[in-house]
Design a binder for this molecule. Structure first.
Ligand SMILES: Cc1cc2nc3c(=O)[nH]c(=O)nc-3n(C[C@H](O)[C@H](O)[C@H](O)COP(=O)(O)O)c2cc1C
Length: 368
């Protein structure tokens, strides 16, 4: 087994971009935890496509624009954020750093980026909120135990979270071969502490004469469209759906009362063969037509990627693996540095493209 290196105490000068964090993170995690964090579903085609697809969109700058008073502020659900960058929900962050989400929220707070906390966080949502000096959203996996789920929503609202993000693309785990081959399992010190005390459905043994997966209680109790109303009856917070990939589902989301949409394929971790998110974004922002905010994630590694997503109609973006690399490499300092790099690259891109604020970023700035 590899022995992870100690965390970096300061950031080496050679760390100039988000990509530079990947090898530094890898050396500081066990091979199995690294397989969990960095892997995707099956042959990882969707995961690779998420990153690669950005390169097909080319920038079309407008020179000699007035850039005075420029900024990257965005308003979402009544709250103003200094930039359109959020940290995506990433489960079990204690795998990357012994303090897990408590370390992440310090880094997020230092750079004032919003953070979405996973249902499967390895620290309680209340402890994270107590450390936060930046707005938090709560990512919800609807649980078979609906009473427990209702209490979870209430806990998030009581702790001051600003939105509920219902993840809709993972009623069960994807086929994650890289993780399986590594022999990954959660160490005893890491668990989904926010779900402690929940009633778990009993898992019947598989009868090979019947379906191998469809008999699972996970699918019997998985979220359905009517559950959005059920959630909205239990909270006054805005409810976003994370994991929408088609204009048809975006329309359904609005019809069923979603307050926002996150275009996502879960970073290519659930179903291999899905399209890159940046390739489907425009069809969704067009269908939504500004009725609710549309966010996106998947493959964002550069400020210019954020710019491209905004040019295709997104109001904001989330990053997953990049901040987790920062966390694994250097704790809170790594997280905040990743956020700083991306924010700075976005501003440089905007200035060179002739856009002094986010409203100025439009489709004419992309050639594809
Ligand atoms: C290790 C890991 C754990 C994740 N856990 C969750 C989760 O608990 N809930 C969720 O909705 N998405 C989860 N995601 C997906 C992210 O929220 C996000 O959609 C994805 O990471 C974005 O792609 P990127 O990593 O290329 O930025 C996870 C992603 C990773 C890498």
């Amino acid at each position: 087994m590899n022995v992870p290196l100690p965390k970096l105490q300061q950031i080496p000068h050679a760390v100039a971009s988000v990509h530079d964090y990947e090898p530094l993170a890898r050396e500081r995690m066990t091979a199995a935890a690294w397989a969990y964090l960095s892997g995707g579903a099956a042959d990882e085609e969707t995961m690779r496509a998420n990153e690669a697809a950005f390169a097909r969109f080319k920038l079309q700058p407008q020179v000699l624009q007035d850039l005075r008073g420029g900024h990257t502020q965005v308003s979402l659900f009544g709250q103003t954020y200094p930039s359109p960058l959020f940290l995506a929900p990433v489960a079990f962050q204690k795998l990357a750093h012994e303090h897990g989400e408590l370390e992440t929220v310090l880094g997020a707070s230092a750079m004032q980026v919003g953070m979405v906390v996973s249902t499967q966080a390895s620290v309680t949502l209340e402890e994270i909120a107590a450390q936060a000096a930046t707005p938090l959203w709560f990512q919800l996996y609807l649980q078979a135990d609906r009473d427990f789920t209702a209490r979870l929503i209430q806990r998030a609202e009581n702790a001051g979270y600003k939105a509920i993000v219902l993840t809709v693309d993972a009623p069960l785990s994807g086929i994650r071969n890289r993780e399986q081959r590594s022999g990954f399992s959660l160490p005893p010190s890491v668990s989904a502490v926010n779900l402690h005390g929940m009633r778990l459905p009993s898992m019947p043994s598989v009868d090979p004469s019947g379906p191998l997966v469809f008999g699972s209680p996970l699918l019997d109790t998985a979220a359905r469209w009517n559950d959005i109303a059920w959630i909205k009856e239990r909270t006054s917070l805005p409810v976003l759906l994370k994991g929408i990939l088609t204009d048809v589902d975006a329309e359904r989301a609005l019809a069923y009362g979603a307050d926002g949409i996150i275009v996502s394929n879960h970073g290519g971790r659930v179903l291999d063969g899905l399209p890159a998110t940046i390739d489907v974004l425009e069809s969704i922002t067009t269908a939504v037509g500004g009725r609710v905010p549309v966010l996106m994630d998947g493959g964002i590694r550069r400020g210019s990627d954020i710019f491209k997503a905004l040019a295709l109609g997104a109001q904001a973006v989330l990053v997953g693996r990049p901040f987790a690399w920062g966390l694994a490499a250097a704790g809170a300092v790594g997280v905040s540095h990743v956020a700083k790099l991306l924010r700075m690259e976005l501003e440089v891109t905007m200035a060179l493209m002739g856009c002094r604020d986010l409203a100025n970023i439009t489709r004419v700035h992309l050639s594809n």
